[in-house]
Write a protein that binds this ligand. Structure first.
Ligand code: G6P
Length: 607
């Protein structure tokens, strides 16, 4: 989704603005632009396409300056084009914006009636004109922004620059993230810390409604009501190296191979003496878990799939009723909350607009607490939640989520086991679950050795238009995640079905052109799944089975990939890995943009 960088310095900074945009490319975008203060006012460069196109344009023109703003746009209002790309300009003012201004049509009509001319189809342009109008009426840039933001309905992170006040940048946020980076004699804005890591590791995380004014001299933050506030300075745990691709062809491949370490990091300090340390869920976790009578899990995309796996675990291991729901559905129905229900969000970014909105809604309902499983410290979801369990996947750059998913599964398994322990899960099963988690990093390394075999298999998918993924139990959501990966990055239409549903529709689609991919651990449902696979075989379907060695015997499939045997906790993680590799290799063979698939965004900060 859109990215923002802003810099006020005493040196030429266009390179850093563009490098910052490049670091935000992973969020997904379709055009990019930069605006700088020159001796004669604002100068701007914009390009449809990639940041490198913008960089080429900058080289051609030699544009540079000490103070400026830059943006990667992911189209919401108006097609991807140079004219719709940010920054938008009105007279002496230029603005970049993430989010959606819902009342833009009314504001546009009002501004047009006052003679303002619009040059784009975006909702953002109204902000440029409104700030310009306020400055024309004598306001400072800060006052102008403070006057404008209460009139904006919707979600925004904005940074504004004005030729009337060279060296000053004013940013504001509500519903979309914005951070301030602190440098020596220079200060920065970024829509996330990655944009600024090469420049600083010291950040202020703006809170909802904050307006910040920065210049080379320093930063001052105000609340929406205009009161001065201090926001704590935090040192980022990330470093710039963590977002380098290294020798890997794609971030996605790098992140697939980082999973063993990411899982080990997520487990570190959370298990001791064969037990999950309950305090990792907060000081009063023991009482909280005891009081938990039900769990509502809310998430989007891949994180939703992790939540679906967790539903099985929470019910099987803890005997506690659990529902898992898509955030955008939850927030617009009228959920009924029984006493003793825990609200659990799962989010890699911690900024997904629908998940965040659902969390805010939940805070007004009689939930026991709001637990977030999240990968980004200081994200909005982390800050809004009463309890947090961080996944420690490190920065995930590929749009298609991989290590974030498997570390979410690990965090959720820790939760299910801790809850199970409090709710009377028998010792042997509990100890076995903990042991499986401890063995997981090694098992992941083993499983990823299948890479070459899966790469060969991928060649059989390059000319396919559709694929069907099947699984049962916890492996149904694993199949859903496999189908999502394939469609996201290879653009092959893929669907996942609970294998038991095969006869109720999808079997009609099965023929020699429809590859059917089954993920099947050795669990109590394996015989049923084998029967489903026979149904596929009997219709001439090409069957690809990812199974453990104990299941492979007697399986009549065109292609069988044997996975290490794993138990009920480890198996969903292990079975996910070959599906990630499969979609990766199919996408590479089809020549798609693996890390930045068309139309998609890494962090969906609009509804
Ligand atoms: C986007 C990303 C997905 C992600 C989903 C939810 O669609 O492309 O990879 O699963 O958002 O994001 P979250 O950050 O809340 O996990």
């Amino acid at each position: 989704m859109c990215g923002i960088v802003g810099i006020s310095a005493q040196r030429n900074i266009v390179k850093h603005l563009i490098d910052g945009l490049a670091a935000l490319e992973y969020r997904g975008y379709d055009s990019a632009g930069v605006a700088l203060l020159g001796p004669d006012g604002i100068v701007r460069l914009r390009a449809k396409g990639k940041v490198r196109d913008l960089a080429a344009l900058q080289l051609e023109t030699g544009l540079d300056g000490h103070c400026g703003i830059a943006h990667t746009r992911w189209a919401t209002h108006g097609v991807p084009s140079e004219g719709n790309a940010h920054p938008h300009v009105s007279g002496q003012v230029s603005v970049v914006h993430n989010g959606i201004i819902e009342n833009h049509a009314a504001l546009r009509a009002e501004l047009q009636a006052q003679g303002y001319e619009f040059s784009s189809q975006t909702d953002t342009e109204v902000i440029a004109h409104m700030v310009e109008r306020a400055q024309r009426a004598g306001r400072t840039l800060l006052q102008a922004v403070q006057e404008v933001v209460p009139q904006l309905h919707g979600a925004y992170a904005i940074v504004v620059v004005s030729a009337r006040e060279p060296g000053t940048l004013v940013g504001a946020r509500l519903g979309s993230p914005l951070v301030v980076g602190l440098g020596e004699g220079e200060q920065y804005f970024g829509s996330d810390v990655h944009a600024l890591l090469p420049l600083t590791r010291r950040f202020l995380y703006l809170e909802e409604g904050d307006v910040a004014e920065l210049s080379t001299a320093g930063v001052q933050v105000y609340t929406l009501a205009g009161e001065k506030v201090q926001r704590e300075v935090k040192e980022s745990q990330f470093n710039a190296d963590a977002v380098q691709r290294g020798d890997y062809a794609h971030y996605m491949l790098k992140e697939i191979h980082e999973q063993s370490q990411a899982v080990a990091d997520t487990l570190e300090g959370r298990i001791a003496g064969g037990k999950v340390l309950t305090q990792i869920f907060g000081v009063e976790a023991e009482q909280l878990l005891a009081a938990t009578q039900a769990v509502h899990i809310i998430a989007c995309g891949t994180s939703y799939h992790a939540g679906l796996v967790a539903r099985y675990w929470i019910e099987q291991l803890a005997g506690v009723p659990c529902t898992t729901e898509i955030a955008s559905e939850y927030r617009y129905r009228d959920p009924v909350v029984r006493e003793g229900t825990l609200f659990l969000t799962i989010s890699q970014s911690g900024e997904t607009a629908d998940t965040l909105a659902a969390l805010k809604l939940a805070k007004q309902m009689p939930y026991l607490a709001q637990l977030a499983v999240c990968n980004v410290p200081e994200s909005s979801i982390v800050r809004e939640s009463s309890l947090v369990l961080m996944t420690r996947a490190g920065p995930e750059i590929g749009v298609a989520s991989t290590k974030a998913f498997t570390t979410q599964l690990v965090a959720l398994a820790l939760f299910a086991l801790a809850l199970g322990r409090v709710k009377g899960l028998d010792d042997a099963r509990y100890a076995d679950g903990v042991r499986q988690l401890e063995q997981l990093p090694g098992l992941i390394v083993e499983t990823l050795k299948l890479d070459a075999e899966i790469k060969t298999l991928a060649e059989r998918f390059t000319d396919k238009h559709h694929a069907l993924f099947l699984g049962r139990g916890t492996h149904w959501p694993v199949a859903m995640e496999g189908a999502l990966k394939l469609k996201e990055i290879s653009y092959i239409h893929a669907e996942a079905y609970a294998a038991g549903e095969l006869k109720h529709g999808p079997l009609a689609l099965v023929d020699e052109d429809m590859p059917v991919i089954a993920v099947a651990p050795n669990d109590r449902l394996i015989d049923k799944l084998k029967s489903n696979l026979e149904e596929v075989r009997a219709r001439g379907g090409q069957l690809y089975a990812f199974v453990d060695e104990t299941v492979a015997h007697g399986l009549d499939a065109a292609h069988v990939v044997i996975l290490p045997a794993a138990g009920e906790i480890a198996a969903p993680v292990i079975s996910t890995l070959p599906l990630q590799l499969l979609s990766y290799h199919v996408a590479v063979l089809r020549g798609t943009d693996v890390d930045q698939p068309r139309n998609l965004a890494k962090s969906v900060t609009v509804e």
